[in-house]
Design a protein around this ligand. Structure first.
Ligand code: 5GP
Length: 189
């Protein structure tokens, strides 16, 4: 069986990345398998171990770092680590599925470096920082402090976009999803 390839998606929070990934997962011809990351944070709401994340204690996470079990890991938020396990990449690509990863910018660039031509890195951009601010306010799940934090993080993350193989502006969700889908098709064919 042909081994699957690696598709890395990164985007600032509020850019529509999760919605785009959910739409892509519904396309059987892309043969995608989602990469379940490990995290040292606690589950939120209805999140389940092995579904959204592998939830580890900070000690368990550190042990896996020391044992070299991660392809990459980052302290994405202060005190909270996220990482992709080697076993997860093997599980999905080994079964012939293309692995889709939703990871932060630094992790994305590290994975691309490690897998080279077997991976494509795609950065999803908001039309502008002003529009991103408007969207974050419209979803009204974030406090003023959290919006300010996310915006400054977004600006920082966007400064890495040139290092990605491809960039897609999410001006319109349908168009952006289609654009990402074509990029993936071209890459896996
Ligand atoms: P959440 O809102 O789920 O707590 O945090 C998601 C953040 O962690 C996003 O920025 C997401 O891209 C990043 N993230 C999730 N999994 C991984 C991973 O395996 N590696 C890295 N480097 N970042 C990750």
């Amino acid at each position: 069986m042909k081994k699957g390839k690696i598709i890395i998606l990164s985007a600032p929070s509020g850019t529509g990345k999760s919605t785009i990934i959910a739409r892509l997962m519904e396309k059987p011809d892309l043969k995608l398998g989602f990469s379940v990351s490990a995290t040292s944070r606690l589950p939120r709401g209805a999140e389940k171990h092995g579904c959204e994340y592998y939830f580890l204690t900070p000690e368990e996470f550190k042990l896996k770092v020391d044992n070299d079990e991660f392809v990459e890991w980052e302290e994405v938020y202060q005190g909270t680590c996220y990482g992709t396990l080697v076993s997860e990449v093997e599980r999905v690509t080994g079964a012939g599925y293309n692995l889709i990863m939703d990871i932060d910018v630094k992790g994305a660039l590290n994975v691309k470096k490690r897998y080279g031509a077997d991976a494509i890195s795609i950065f999803i951009l908001p039309p502008s920082l002003e529009e991103l601010e408007r969207r974050l306010r419209a979803r009204s799940t974030d406090s003023e402090e959290s919006i300010t934090k996310r915006l400054s993080k977004a600006e920082y993350e966007m400064s890495f976009s040139d290092g990605f193989d491809k960039r897609v502006v999410n001006d319109n969700l349908d168009t952006a999803s289609q654009e990402v889908e074509s990029l993936i098709k071209e890459f896996i064919d």
